[in-house]
Design a protein around this ligand. Structure first.
Ligand code: NDP
Length: 529
């Protein structure tokens, strides 16, 4: 069991006592003035934040709270409930009551769809505010949250709203060999699973809440969701919008707290019928064990170490280089599908590596609220320590750092965008998920060996291929053990596209119509005629 809670608190204090540093390539932009927080968000942050249980905002039963930090400054921006087992019990009871009452699942599908659509509309109406909260809480540039996280979250609800009226069973012609001459009418119903526990991470806080809540709502389930301790704020603001949209009380319950307490209690709760988790593979395995008690259904979206393959016949090398940089540096590398293993055909290896390093050097680091920031801080002191430890291990094992390789500045949790070469398959930086802006580059000469090398990982979330040879692209895409393969592009997401992992990257798919399978169960009904 991890002891992250204590580590985080110590880490936050340590980072808080240090100071902002200077300016320049791979270093944090010095700011004479702190970027302003809007009065609307400042007011919202200044009010006590509570859990949403049974349609009411309530403090933790223990009345304990914990600090929420702005990772750009390691400063406290809010306090939220430090919930434990009893808070989870109450939230699950509220969700169970809502489920059994039928206030949600027995609404007409059309009414349910309209309410879910309204959540999407409200997210768009509050897009600036939500982007600001997300940026303050997670560290990502506000501009990125505004054009990516927020519209994608809204779109997810809009997409899932449409599915509410399309959850259909089938009619099945049955023969029943031991009942000759008998006639039956047989059909299936797809019913909600019941009370769903959802545990989400900090890298795309609002979007991950949307990925989880949208399909659960469309299929008529009632929910208890626990956001990550680092980034609970946008989920709490979303809870307010969910009530404003008119979702009945108890259908969505939001409980903040730590994974080891609130998260573990939710995963193990005997009245929870399904748990959906996004996060580390390590915790994913704990979720599976916790779920065994009542054999609740489990879906998991876990880590990755995704290969991004560039062939020398690529149509436009500059586009591929920019694509490779985006594949790893988007969201500060804190993406489960980050293209963190760059595999480049030998003839163009130096050019591609230099090109990606040039992109890295030009990235402007700074607080997410500054208009010119292109990369914010990592989310927490723990993540900073994790990523810089990997950087250190890579250096110790003899890898060559083309650029980056260290913390940036000494205040907040910034690291330098980093490109590494001369690596070996045994190195931890090649095998393990770093979850920071660190790419390891490896040349290849024999395309026939490439697929085996690309698949040489316990993960299987995503992969990229850059080539103009469409036959080769198709052949390799078919051989890669990954849930998503991007060809001549990377990080392309859509609410309609299923996303999830092969191997230890997870069970089940998020988004698309496939996710609906995870939130429904099939009932066969047979009528003797
Ligand atoms: P975790 O897997 O610990 O966190 C994900 C979620 O799980 C959080 O809500 C967390 O709660 C919760 N959680 C933690 N422990 C338990 C538990 N025992 N039972 C139930 N829920 C639990 O990720 P970290 O934040 O520790 O990040 C570590 C690494 O995980 C990263 O470096 C990255 O490699 C990977 N990761 C992968 C993500 C993905 O998208 N696939 C997203 C985030 C991380 P809380 O945070 O509140 O303690």
């Amino acid at each position: 069991m991890k002891t992250r809670t204590a580590r985080n608190r110590i880490g936050h204090r340590a980072a808080k006592s240090s100071r902002l540093s200077s300016n320049g390539n791979g270093r944090v932009q010095a700011k004479t003035q702190k970027p302003a927080v809007s009065s609307q968000v400042r007011d919202w942050l200044s009010k006590p934040r509570h859990n949403l249980v049974g349609g009411k905002w309530v403090p933790a039963v223990s009345h304990k709270t914990f600090d929420v930090f702005n990772p750009a400054e390691a400063s406290v921006i809010a306090r939220v409930p430090d919930s434990d087992k009893e808070d989870i019990n109450r939230a699950v009871t509220a969700a169970r009551r809502a489920f059994e009452s039928g206030s949600w699942r027995r609404l007409t599908a059309s009414e349910r769809g309209k309410l879910i659509w309204r959540i999407g509309d409200l997210i768009l109406e509050h897009a600036d505010e939500l982007a600001e909260i997300e940026s303050l809480d997670n560290g990502k540039p506000r501009a990125v949250a505004r054009v990516a996280d927020i519209p994608l979250a809204a779109d997810l609800f809009h997409y899932m709203a449409g599915w509410a009226t399309k959850i259909e069973g089938t009619t099945i012609p049955i023969s029943v060999p031991y009942a000759p001459g008998a006639h039956f009418h047989a059909f299936t119903l797809r019913e909600p699973i019941g009370v769903v526990g959802q545990i989400i991470p900090w890298n795309f806080p609002l979007l991950m809440a949307a990925w989880k809540l949208g399909p659960a709502l469309a299929t008529g389930n009632c929910i208890v969701i626990k956001p990550a301790e680092q980034t609970p704020l946008s989920a709490l603001r979303l809870g307010e919008l969910i009530l404003e949209a008119g979702i009945p009380e108890g259908v969505v319950n939001i409980v903040t707290g730590f994974g080891e307490t609130a998260g573990a209690a939710l995963a193990a709760h005997p009245e929870v019928d399904k748990v959906a988790f996004t996060g580390s593979t390590e915790v994913g395995k704990l979720i599976v064990k916790a779920a065994a008690g009542n054999l609740k259904k489990v879906s998991l979206e876990l880590g990755g170490k995704s290969p991004n393959i560039v062939f020398k016949d690529v149509a436009d090398l500059d586009t591929a280089i920019a694509g490779a940089a985006n594949a790893i540096f988007f969201n500060h590398g804190q993406c489960c599908c980050a293209g963190s293993r760059l595999m480049v055909e030998r003839d163009i290896f130096d050019e591609v590596v230099e090109g990606v390093a040039e992109h890295a050097k030009k990235i402007k680091l700074g607080p997410g609220l500054s208009a010119d920031t292109q990369m914010g801080p990592l989310v927490s002191e723990e993540q900073l320590s994790r990523v810089t430890n990997y950087m250190h291990q890579g250096k110790q094992s003899g890898a060559c750092y083309v650029t980056g390789g260290s913390r940036a500045g000494d205040r907040g949790y910034f690291v330098q965008p980093t490109v590494v070469k001369d690596v070996k398959p045994t190195m931890s930086i090649v095998r393990e998920e770093i979850f920071g802006p660190v790419v390891v580059a490896e040349p290849f000469t024999k395309p026939e060996e490439l697929v085996a090398r690309a698949n040489q990982t316990e993960y299987g979330l995503a992969a990229g291929i850059w080539t103009r040879d469409i036959s080769k692209a198709h052949r390799i895409a078919a051989e890669l053990k990954a849930g998503t393969v991007w060809i001549n592009c990377y990080n392309v997401f859509d609410a309609a596209l299923p996303f999830g992992g092969y191997k230890q990257s997870g069970w089940g798919r998020e988004m698309g119509h496939e996710v609906l399978e995870l939130y429904t169960q099939t009932k066969a009904v047979v009528i003797g005629l």
